[in-house]
Design a protein around this ligand. Structure first.
Ligand code: SF4
Length: 494
């Protein structure tokens, strides 16, 4: 009996190149692959928006409609559309077990075609080349003459001025030679993948750096579940390759690493804190840090978003635009903090209002405390370059910034529950017991997506209000948490 030959689409082909186990699951145990999370979905949605804009560069093109799983219909429509010699969007062809739909198939001369793959990234990546190689294989397999291959990606130097101009937003990079070099790999890859898919049992694949390269694998929860909480991957700034090596050798617990493993001073502190079960406290280091704080203290935190297609003038693709801040002000030691906040309504660029509000609120003296302050400084600095009347003001306040991440990055304080992380999300609960658990919005990525969804998407007023309240609560906790952290550090030095 002839063996069953599975269809391999470009997304499955790329999964197969990343990991045979992942590929096997897609065909044999798809129900065990978790649904796409909100962050990944947002990347897909962004891709669709970018794809839509790219089509404007090929006017008069034909969209090949049809349900994604109705292969027969899509193949038939694509074949028919070829005769019209117009740009084709999402044209599908199948050759052997390869199935591909190019973003844009553009006619050249009397009978040739070029493939244009649209990417919302700002550069050409290896994975894009494999993607295109599979497409070319499928198209040439049905007799199309492909003369050139391009990746149409985002130009990160583009600055929006008025209407978005697709010609300037995109950079078209020719990759014909690179694809040519990869063509010989496609058929053997497809054959091996077909063999893997036909296997009765899932292939044995060890976890490794490939679990996040080029994409975060959706099966990590399943494959990584044998790892204990304090495994080598949690070692502070430890090379991932080395961590996986240790795991493969059976060294799963960092408290029991062999003496041959060389650790940095900070990694050593991490391991010792874990072994003793007690936090590491360098009182002198903490004192030095606290002495740098000058009242009144301004605890500042921004939330930002970045989109491939800039939403406002003077913004580059993916530039992080602040849309919210929380500011807690403590006038003097022991005084009750005062809270100020801002959450943009989406009608216009939020940066001028943020600059104006902060100019009034931040006064002329006292430390401006932020957690990983280069982030807040960078946003203010960039905004003050665009809105020049704030340039001098920013220049004056910049030296007042103090980074609350510093004592944790230097390991002046380290609690075993931080699990090798110095982020506020790890430090706040470990140091003060206060946590982000139970919040409807509990991290920056979600805050940004939710803001974009309720500000620019179609949602009812009730939902919009609920999300905006959750955003206020979340951002306020970051600055409130910073006050708690400073208070706790002060008690540790006494
Ligand atoms: S988590 Fe890693 S090993 Fe497991 S399927 Fe994904 S890529 Fe493969």
């Amino acid at each position: 009996m002839k063996p069953f030959t599975p269809f391999i689409s470009k997304s499955k082909y790329l999964s197969g190149l990343q990991c045979y186990k992942l590929l096997w699951f897609y065909y044999n145990a798809k129900d065990q692959i978790p649904a796409v999370d909100a962050q990944t979905q947002a990347i897909f949605d962004q891709g669709h928006l970018v794809g839509g804009l790219a089509k404007k560069l090929y006017p008069g093109g034909i969209e090949i409609a049809g349900a994604a799983n109705d292969f027969g219909k899509i193949l038939e429509l694509s074949k028919e559309a070829l005769r019209q010699r117009k740009p084709l969007f999402e044209a599908a062809f199948k050759s052997g077990n390869a199935f591909a739909r190019a973003d844009i198939l553009n006619p050249v001369g009397r009978s040739d075609w070029e493939i244009i793959e649209v990417k919302s990234s700002t550069e050409v990546k290896d994975v894009n080349l494999h993607d295109l190689a599979l497409q070319r294989y499928a198209y040439e397999g049905v007799g199309l003459s492909i003369t050139k291959c391009f990746i149409l990606h985002i130009n990160n130097e583009y600055v929006r001025k008025g209407e978005v101009e697709p010609k300037k937003l995109f950079t078209k990079t020719e990759v014909t030679k690179e694809i040519q070099a990869l063509m010989k790999t496609v058929r053997p890859n497809l054959e091996t993948m077909a063999d893997v898919i036909r296997q009765k049992r899932q292939p044995d694949v060890e976890i490794g750096t490939h679990c996040n390269d080029p994409y975060g694998c959706p099966l990590q929860e399943l494959c990584w579940k044998f790892l204990p909480e304090h495994n080598p991957l949690t070692l502070y700034r430890f090379k991932k390759e080395k961590a996986f090596e240790l795991i493969h050798e059976g060294h799963l617990e960092i408290r029991q690493l062999p003496p041959s493993v060389s650790l940095s001073d900070r990694q050593q502190i991490q391991v010792e804190a874990l072994q003793s079960g007690k936090p590491h406290v360098d009182k002198e280091g903490l004192r030095d840090f606290l002495e740098g704080l000058k009242y009144p203290l301004y605890f500042l935190d921004f939330e930002t978003f970045g989109t491939a297609i800039p939403l406002f003038d003077d913004v580059k693709p993916y530039e992080q635009i602040p849309f919210q801040f929380s500011l807690h002000i403590v006038e003097a030691e022991g005084k009750e903090p005062k809270h100020e906040s801002f959450l943009a309504d989406g009608k216009s660029d939020p940066r001028p209002e943020i600059l104006e509000r902060l100019k009034k609120l931040l006064g002329n003296e006292g430390s401006i405390v932020a957690y990983n302050h280069s982030f807040e400084k960078d946003k203010l600095s960039k905004a003050s370059v665009v809105f020049k009347k704030y340039a001098k003001w920013y220049e004056a306040i910049e030296p007042r910034f103090v980074d609350l991440l510093a004592p944790f990055k230097s390991f002046s304080y380290y609690h075993p529950d931080q699990c090798g992380s110095a982020s506020i999300k790890a430090v706040l609960p470990a140091l003060t017991g206060k946590s982000y658990e139970g919040l409807e919005i509990a991290e920056g990525g979600t805050a940004s997506l939710e803001y974009l969804r309720v500000t620019f998407g179609e949602v009812d007023e009730k939902e919009r209000k609920k999300v905006r309240q959750a955003l206020e609560t979340y951002c306020a906790l970051d600055t409130e948490g910073m006050i708690l952290i400073v208070d706790k550090l002060a008690t540790l030095t006494r």
